[in-house]
Design a protein around this ligand. Structure first.
Ligand SMILES: Nc1ncnc2c1ncn2[C@@H]1O[C@H](COP(=O)(O)OP(=O)(O)OP(=O)(O)O)[C@@H](O)[C@H]1O
Length: 337
C-alpha cells in the first residue's frame, strides 16, 4: 500500500523556485494498479521519484505499508527500498554485463547468497519469458526484451511494490502491449501493487484500476478508470481520451446539427450496454436518433461504449428522451459547437 499525504517538491533553479509537485495526496491499495497521466513537465517523474525518496519531498509524508518512509534514517531507507522495485523508460541496464549479471549483481550487493541469487535469476527470467537469454548482453536484445530484463531485475528483490516510470514510452505499440500484459500478469500472479506514470492513455486503459490526471504539479482529476472514461470533467482528461477514441466533431457540424435537435454523447457502461435503448427511445418519444460516431473501449475492469447521436425532434421530446436514457444508467453530455 502506498500513501502520499500532501507531498510537495520544490526545486531551486537559477530562474527561481520550481514547484514540480504541489500538495499531492494519493492512496494505492494493496494489489491495485494506479496510473498517473499527464503531459511533459506535469511533474509525473518527480512525483513517482518521491515515492521511494529518490527525490526527497520538500514537505508532506510518504507511507509504504503504513510505515512513514519520510521519517527513516538513510540506513533504514536503504533496507525498506528493497520492498519497492522500479522500472524506467531507458531500462537502466549495465551494458557490459550479461542478462544474468544485470539481475545477479544487485542481489549480491544486498547480501543474498550465491545459491539464492541463482534461483531468483532463473525464476524471474522464466516469469518474464527470457529463460534462454542468460548469457546475452543488453546490446543483443530488443527494446521489449531489455524492459523484460529490467522487470526481472526489479522483481528479483521480491518487492511488494513496483514503480513504473514511463516503462513503455520507448517501445512500439505491439511491444508496449506485451509489456503491459506482463505487468498485468505479475500484478495478478504475484500480487504486486503497481504505481505507474505515463503520457499514454492506452496504458491507463489497458491495466489501471484507478487514475490520477496531473497538470502543473497538481492532481486535477482522479477516479476509477471506468469513472474517468465515462465521466471526465477536466479538459486535460478529455484531451487524453480523444487520443484513444475519436470523440470530437467539428464545431461547425455540431452547430449545424443543433438547428434540428441535440447533439449528445452517450456513455454506456455496465447494464446499460445490454439494452436496446435507442430503439426504445424512438418508439416511446417523437424523436429520431441518428448515430454520428461510435466506439467501444475495453478497460481493465469493464467495457465502456461511446455513441454521439443527433436526436432530431422538438425540444420537449428531446429533453424527455434524454431523461429516459439517463434514468436507464446512460451517461449524457450535450456537445456544444
Ligand atoms: N532536478 C531538477 N531541478 C530543477 N527542476 C526540475 C528538476 N527535475 C524536474 N524539474 C522541473 O520540474 C517540472 C516537472 O518535471 P518532471 O520531469 O517531473 O515532469 P514530467 O511530467 O515527468 O515530464 P517528462 O515526461 O517530460 O519527464 C519541470 O518544470 C522540470 O523542468
Amino acid at each position: 500500500m502506498i500513501v502520499l499525504e500532501n507531498v510537495t517538491k520544490v526545486f531551486q533553479s537559477k530562474k527561481g523556485k520550481i514547484e514540480a509537485v504541489k500538495d499531492v495526496s494519493l492512496h494505492v491499495k494493496k494489489g491495485e494498479i494506479h496510473g498517473v497521466i499527464g503531459y511533459s513537465g506535469a511533474g509525473k517523474s518527480t512525483l513517482i521519484r518521491c515515492v521511494n525518496l529518490l527525490e526527497k519531498p520538500s514537505s508532506g509524508k510518504v507511507y509504504i505499508n503504513g510505515e512513514e518512509l519520510t521519517s527513516f534514517t538513510p540506513n533504514q531507507l536503504r533496507e525498506k527500498r528493497t520492498n519497492i522495485g522500479m522500472i524506467f523508460q531507458g531500462f537502466n541496464l549495465l551494458k557490459t554485463a550479461t542478462v544474468y549479471d544485470n539481475i545477479a549483481i544487485p542481489l549480491k550487493l544486498i547480501g543474498i547468497s550465491n545459491e539464492e541469487v541463482k534461483n531468483r535469476v532463473n525464476k524471474y527470467l522464466d516469469i518474464v519469458g527470457l529463460s534462454d537469454k542468460h548469457n546475452a548482453y543488453p546490446g543483443q536484445l530488443s527494446g521489449g526484451q531489455k524492459q523484460r530484463v529490467a522487470i526481472a531485475r526489479a522483481l528479483s528483490q521480491e518487492p511488494e511494490i513496483l514503480l513504473s516510470d514511463e516503462a513503455t514510452s520507448a517501445l512500439d505499440p505491439e511491444t508496449t502491449d506485451s509489456i503491459l500484459d506482463l505487468l498485468l500478469k505479475i500484478n495478478e500472479e504475484l500480487g504486486i501493487t503497481i504505481l505507474l506514470i505515463t503520457h499514454e492513455m492506452n496504458v491507463i486503459q489497458k491495466i489501471c484500476d484507478y487514475v490520477y490526471v496531473m497538470e502543473n504539479g497538481e492532481i486535477v482529476e482522479h477516479g476509477s478508470a471506468i469513472d474517468l472514461f465515462t465521466k471526465p470533467n477536466k479538459e486535460t482528461t478529455k484531451k487524453f481520451l480523444n487520443t484513444i477514441a475519436q470523440r470530437k466533431l467539428t464545431p461547425s457540424l455540431v452547430n449545424q446539427l443543433k438547428l434540428s435537435g441535440s447533439v449528445t454523447r452517450l456513455t454506456f457502461v455496465g447494464e446499460s450496454t445490454g439494452q436496446p435503448l435507442l430503439s426504445l427511445v424512438s418508439k416511446q418519444f417523437n424523436v429520431k436518433p441518428n448515430i454520428l460516431t461510435a466506439n467501444i473501449i475495453e478497460l481493465k475492469n469493464g467495457i465502456v461504449g461511446n455513441l454521439v447521436i443527433h436526436l432530431v425532434g422538438d425540444q420537449d421530446e428531446v429533453k424527455a428522451a434524454q431523461q429516459f436514457l439517463k434514468d436507464h444508467g446512460v451517461g449524457l453530455e450535450e456537445l456544444e459547437g
